[in-house]
Design a protein around this ligand. Structure first.
Ligand SMILES: NC(=O)c1ccc[n+]([C@@H]2O[C@H](COP(=O)([O-])OP(=O)(O)OC[C@H]3O[C@@H](n4cnc5c(N)ncnc54)[C@H](O)[C@@H]3O)[C@@H](O)[C@H]2O)c1
Length: 249
Protein backbone atom coordinates (compact mmCIF):
# COMPACT_ATOMS: atom_id res chain seq x y z
CA UNK A 1 0.00 0.00 0.00
CA UNK A 2 1.47 3.37 -1.04
CA UNK A 3 0.93 6.30 1.31
CA UNK A 4 -0.38 8.52 -1.51
CA UNK A 5 -2.56 5.98 -3.35
CA UNK A 6 -5.67 7.83 -4.56
CA UNK A 7 -4.37 11.19 -3.25
CA UNK A 8 -4.69 14.16 -5.61
CA UNK A 9 -1.92 16.74 -5.27
CA UNK A 10 -1.59 20.21 -6.77
CA UNK A 11 2.10 21.20 -6.77
CA UNK A 12 3.76 24.46 -7.85
CA UNK A 13 7.41 24.95 -8.72
CA UNK A 14 7.57 21.43 -10.12
CA UNK A 15 10.02 22.17 -12.96
CA UNK A 16 13.19 22.22 -10.86
CA UNK A 17 14.93 21.54 -7.56
CA UNK A 18 12.71 20.80 -4.55
CA UNK A 19 9.50 20.89 -6.63
CA UNK A 20 10.78 18.33 -9.12
CA UNK A 21 12.02 16.06 -6.31
CA UNK A 22 8.58 16.39 -4.68
CA UNK A 23 6.77 15.43 -7.90
CA UNK A 24 8.97 12.35 -8.19
CA UNK A 25 8.61 11.42 -4.51
CA UNK A 26 4.82 11.82 -4.37
CA UNK A 27 4.18 9.92 -7.62
CA UNK A 28 6.52 7.18 -6.41
CA UNK A 29 4.22 6.92 -3.39
CA UNK A 30 1.15 6.71 -5.66
CA UNK A 31 -0.11 10.31 -5.94
CA UNK A 32 -1.85 11.85 -8.92
CA UNK A 33 0.11 15.11 -9.25
CA UNK A 34 -0.95 18.21 -11.16
CA UNK A 35 2.28 20.14 -11.63
CA UNK A 36 2.50 23.88 -12.32
CA UNK A 37 5.53 26.00 -13.13
CA UNK A 38 6.65 28.88 -15.36
CA UNK A 39 9.03 26.60 -17.21
CA UNK A 40 7.35 24.36 -19.78
CA UNK A 41 10.70 22.73 -20.59
CA UNK A 42 11.42 22.00 -16.92
CA UNK A 43 7.95 20.54 -16.45
CA UNK A 44 8.50 18.21 -19.42
CA UNK A 45 11.80 17.04 -17.86
CA UNK A 46 10.05 16.42 -14.54
CA UNK A 47 7.28 14.46 -16.27
CA UNK A 48 9.93 12.36 -18.00
CA UNK A 49 11.59 11.59 -14.67
CA UNK A 50 8.30 10.33 -13.16
CA UNK A 51 8.02 6.56 -13.36
CA UNK A 52 4.88 5.95 -11.30
CA UNK A 53 2.92 4.21 -9.91
CA UNK A 54 1.29 7.65 -9.60
CA UNK A 55 0.65 10.02 -12.50
CA UNK A 56 1.65 13.54 -13.46
CA UNK A 57 -0.18 16.22 -15.45
CA UNK A 58 1.68 19.44 -16.23
CA UNK A 59 0.52 22.99 -16.84
CA UNK A 60 2.74 26.01 -17.46
CA UNK A 61 1.52 29.03 -15.50
CA UNK A 62 2.87 32.07 -13.68
CA UNK A 63 1.88 31.88 -10.01
CA UNK A 64 1.64 35.69 -9.85
CA UNK A 65 -0.93 35.88 -12.66
CA UNK A 66 -4.32 35.76 -10.88
CA UNK A 67 -6.48 34.68 -13.87
CA UNK A 68 -3.86 32.02 -14.76
CA UNK A 69 -3.91 30.68 -11.18
CA UNK A 70 -7.71 30.60 -11.08
CA UNK A 71 -7.75 28.67 -14.39
CA UNK A 72 -4.95 26.29 -13.32
CA UNK A 73 -6.58 25.37 -10.01
CA UNK A 74 -9.99 24.86 -11.65
CA UNK A 75 -8.40 22.64 -14.31
CA UNK A 76 -6.45 20.69 -11.67
CA UNK A 77 -9.67 19.97 -9.77
CA UNK A 78 -11.44 18.91 -12.95
CA UNK A 79 -8.55 16.81 -14.27
CA UNK A 80 -7.87 15.04 -10.96
CA UNK A 81 -11.52 14.90 -9.85
CA UNK A 82 -10.66 17.04 -6.79
CA UNK A 83 -7.65 18.27 -4.82
CA UNK A 84 -6.59 16.70 -1.51
CA UNK A 85 -3.20 18.32 -0.97
CA UNK A 86 -1.76 21.65 -2.15
CA UNK A 87 2.03 22.03 -2.11
CA UNK A 88 3.39 25.51 -2.87
CA UNK A 89 7.05 25.29 -3.81
CA UNK A 90 7.48 27.91 -6.58
CA UNK A 91 9.81 30.64 -5.42
CA UNK A 92 12.55 33.05 -6.37
CA UNK A 93 15.64 34.34 -4.58
CA UNK A 94 17.71 37.48 -4.73
CA UNK A 95 20.86 38.21 -2.77
CA UNK A 96 21.86 41.84 -2.59
CA UNK A 97 23.22 44.36 -0.10
CA UNK A 98 20.56 46.80 1.13
CA UNK A 99 22.25 49.64 -0.77
CA UNK A 100 21.34 48.08 -4.12
CA UNK A 101 17.94 46.65 -3.21
CA UNK A 102 15.31 47.90 -5.68
CA UNK A 103 11.55 48.21 -5.62
CA UNK A 104 11.50 45.76 -8.54
CA UNK A 105 13.39 43.21 -6.40
CA UNK A 106 10.92 43.66 -3.54
CA UNK A 107 7.88 43.42 -5.80
CA UNK A 108 9.15 40.31 -7.58
CA UNK A 109 10.09 38.47 -4.38
CA UNK A 110 6.80 39.25 -2.68
CA UNK A 111 4.75 38.55 -5.84
CA UNK A 112 6.15 35.10 -6.47
CA UNK A 113 6.87 33.95 -2.92
CA UNK A 114 3.90 35.41 -1.04
CA UNK A 115 1.20 36.43 -3.52
CA UNK A 116 1.60 33.28 -5.63
CA UNK A 117 1.34 31.11 -2.51
CA UNK A 118 -1.68 33.02 -1.22
CA UNK A 119 -3.52 32.81 -4.56
CA UNK A 120 -3.03 29.05 -4.79
CA UNK A 121 -4.26 28.66 -1.21
CA UNK A 122 -7.37 30.78 -1.80
CA UNK A 123 -8.31 28.99 -5.01
CA UNK A 124 -7.50 25.47 -3.79
CA UNK A 125 -9.63 25.95 -0.69
CA UNK A 126 -12.67 25.81 -2.99
CA UNK A 127 -11.78 22.15 -3.50
CA UNK A 128 -9.80 20.88 -0.47
CA UNK A 129 -11.97 18.57 1.63
CA UNK A 130 -12.74 19.37 5.28
CA UNK A 131 -11.00 17.04 7.78
CA UNK A 132 -8.44 15.63 5.32
CA UNK A 133 -7.31 18.59 3.19
CA UNK A 134 -3.68 19.74 3.60
CA UNK A 135 -1.66 22.75 2.48
CA UNK A 136 2.15 22.71 2.58
CA UNK A 137 3.81 26.08 1.93
CA UNK A 138 7.54 26.51 1.42
CA UNK A 139 8.98 29.15 3.72
CA UNK A 140 12.69 29.09 4.61
CA UNK A 141 15.26 29.13 7.39
CA UNK A 142 15.60 32.79 6.37
CA UNK A 143 12.07 33.45 7.63
CA UNK A 144 13.23 33.24 11.25
CA UNK A 145 17.01 33.70 11.07
CA UNK A 146 18.83 36.88 10.09
CA UNK A 147 20.83 36.23 6.93
CA UNK A 148 22.93 39.05 5.51
CA UNK A 149 22.17 40.32 1.99
CA UNK A 150 18.85 38.46 2.07
CA UNK A 151 16.64 41.15 3.58
CA UNK A 152 13.98 41.09 0.90
CA UNK A 153 14.01 37.32 0.35
CA UNK A 154 13.88 36.70 4.10
CA UNK A 155 11.02 39.16 4.49
CA UNK A 156 9.06 37.45 1.72
CA UNK A 157 9.61 34.05 3.37
CA UNK A 158 8.74 35.50 6.78
CA UNK A 159 5.51 36.60 5.13
CA UNK A 160 4.89 33.06 3.84
CA UNK A 161 5.45 31.71 7.35
CA UNK A 162 3.15 34.27 9.01
CA UNK A 163 0.50 33.78 6.31
CA UNK A 164 0.60 30.02 6.85
CA UNK A 165 0.35 30.20 10.65
CA UNK A 166 -2.69 32.46 10.44
CA UNK A 167 -4.26 30.34 7.72
CA UNK A 168 -3.78 27.25 9.89
CA UNK A 169 -5.68 28.97 12.70
CA UNK A 170 -8.41 30.11 10.31
CA UNK A 171 -8.85 26.64 8.84
CA UNK A 172 -8.76 24.73 12.12
CA UNK A 173 -12.57 24.69 12.22
CA UNK A 174 -12.53 22.86 8.87
CA UNK A 175 -9.69 20.61 10.11
CA UNK A 176 -7.63 21.52 7.06
CA UNK A 177 -3.97 21.42 8.09
CA UNK A 178 -1.51 24.09 6.97
CA UNK A 179 2.19 23.29 7.30
CA UNK A 180 4.86 25.90 6.55
CA UNK A 181 8.09 24.04 5.79
CA UNK A 182 11.43 25.78 6.24
CA UNK A 183 14.42 24.28 4.49
CA UNK A 184 17.94 25.48 5.19
CA UNK A 185 20.45 25.45 2.35
CA UNK A 186 19.43 22.99 -0.37
CA UNK A 187 21.57 22.13 -3.38
CA UNK A 188 19.33 23.30 -6.25
CA UNK A 189 19.62 25.64 -9.27
CA UNK A 190 18.24 28.43 -7.03
CA UNK A 191 21.43 28.55 -4.95
CA UNK A 192 23.72 27.65 -7.86
CA UNK A 193 22.41 30.68 -9.77
CA UNK A 194 25.00 33.41 -10.35
CA UNK A 195 22.52 35.88 -8.83
CA UNK A 196 22.90 34.14 -5.48
CA UNK A 197 26.43 35.38 -4.79
CA UNK A 198 27.06 38.60 -6.71
CA UNK A 199 30.72 39.68 -6.81
CA UNK A 200 32.01 41.54 -3.77
CA UNK A 201 29.87 39.81 -1.13
CA UNK A 202 31.71 38.56 1.96
CA UNK A 203 30.92 34.84 1.88
CA UNK A 204 31.88 34.50 5.56
CA UNK A 205 28.59 36.16 6.33
CA UNK A 206 26.82 33.09 5.02
CA UNK A 207 28.32 30.81 7.68
CA UNK A 208 25.09 31.02 9.70
CA UNK A 209 23.12 29.23 7.01
CA UNK A 210 25.52 26.31 6.92
CA UNK A 211 24.68 23.09 8.66
CA UNK A 212 27.30 20.67 9.96
CA UNK A 213 25.48 18.23 7.71
CA UNK A 214 26.24 20.35 4.62
CA UNK A 215 23.54 21.41 2.17
CA UNK A 216 20.49 19.19 1.82
CA UNK A 217 19.69 17.29 -1.34
CA UNK A 218 16.28 18.29 -2.74
CA UNK A 219 15.11 14.72 -2.11
CA UNK A 220 15.51 15.29 1.65
CA UNK A 221 13.10 18.21 1.52
CA UNK A 222 10.73 16.27 -0.75
CA UNK A 223 10.63 13.49 1.84
CA UNK A 224 9.70 16.02 4.54
CA UNK A 225 6.99 17.50 2.30
CA UNK A 226 5.65 13.98 1.65
CA UNK A 227 5.42 13.43 5.41
CA UNK A 228 3.77 16.84 6.04
CA UNK A 229 1.15 16.24 3.35
CA UNK A 230 0.32 12.71 4.48
CA UNK A 231 -1.93 11.35 7.20
CA UNK A 232 1.26 10.43 9.11
CA UNK A 233 1.32 14.14 10.03
CA UNK A 234 -2.37 14.24 11.03
CA UNK A 235 -1.63 16.28 14.20
CA UNK A 236 0.93 18.61 12.59
CA UNK A 237 -0.43 22.03 11.67
CA UNK A 238 0.33 25.69 12.22
CA UNK A 239 3.96 25.19 13.22
CA UNK A 240 7.15 25.92 11.34
CA UNK A 241 8.54 22.60 10.10
CA UNK A 242 12.29 23.26 10.05
CA UNK A 243 14.31 20.97 7.83
CA UNK A 244 17.64 22.75 8.03
CA UNK A 245 20.18 20.20 9.26
CA UNK A 246 20.30 21.97 12.60
CA UNK A 247 21.50 25.26 11.09
CA UNK A 248 19.28 27.05 13.63
CA UNK A 249 21.03 25.57 16.63
N1 LIG B 1 17.41 25.95 -2.34
C1 LIG B 1 17.41 26.40 -1.09
O1 LIG B 1 18.47 26.50 -0.44
C2 LIG B 1 16.12 26.80 -0.43
C3 LIG B 1 16.13 27.03 0.95
C4 LIG B 1 14.94 27.41 1.58
C5 LIG B 1 13.79 27.57 0.84
N2 LIG B 1 13.82 27.34 -0.52
C6 LIG B 1 12.58 27.53 -1.25
O2 LIG B 1 12.22 26.32 -1.87
C7 LIG B 1 11.45 26.60 -3.04
C8 LIG B 1 12.03 25.85 -4.23
O3 LIG B 1 13.34 26.31 -4.42
P1 LIG B 1 14.43 25.49 -5.25
O4 LIG B 1 15.68 25.63 -4.47
O5 LIG B 1 13.93 24.17 -5.63
O6 LIG B 1 14.58 26.47 -6.50
P2 LIG B 1 14.53 26.22 -8.08
O7 LIG B 1 14.95 27.51 -8.68
O8 LIG B 1 15.28 24.98 -8.43
O9 LIG B 1 12.98 25.98 -8.33
C9 LIG B 1 12.05 27.02 -8.22
C10 LIG B 1 10.95 26.79 -9.26
O10 LIG B 1 9.97 27.84 -9.12
C11 LIG B 1 9.58 28.21 -10.42
N3 LIG B 1 9.04 29.55 -10.45
C12 LIG B 1 9.70 30.71 -10.18
N4 LIG B 1 8.89 31.76 -10.38
C13 LIG B 1 7.69 31.26 -10.79
C14 LIG B 1 6.46 31.84 -11.17
N5 LIG B 1 6.29 33.17 -11.17
N6 LIG B 1 5.45 31.03 -11.54
C15 LIG B 1 5.62 29.68 -11.57
N7 LIG B 1 6.76 29.07 -11.23
C16 LIG B 1 7.79 29.85 -10.85
C17 LIG B 1 10.86 28.11 -11.24
O11 LIG B 1 10.58 28.07 -12.64
C18 LIG B 1 11.49 26.85 -10.69
O12 LIG B 1 11.09 25.71 -11.42
C19 LIG B 1 11.47 28.12 -3.20
O13 LIG B 1 10.27 28.64 -2.66
C20 LIG B 1 12.66 28.54 -2.37
O14 LIG B 1 12.56 29.86 -1.91
C21 LIG B 1 14.94 26.95 -1.16
Amino acid sequence: MNRYDGVRVLLTGAASGIGRATAIRLTTEGAAVYAVDLSEKGLAETAEAVTGPGTITTRPADVTDEPAVIAAVADAAETLGGIDVLVNVAGVHKTTPIETLTVDDLNRLFSVNLVGTALFCRESLKHLPDRTGVIVNTASLSATQGNPYMTAYSASKGAVLAFSLSLAAELAARRIRVVPISPGAVDTPLVRNADMFPPGLDLNYFSKIRSYYGAADPEMIAAAIAFAGSSDAAYYTGADFRVDGGAHT
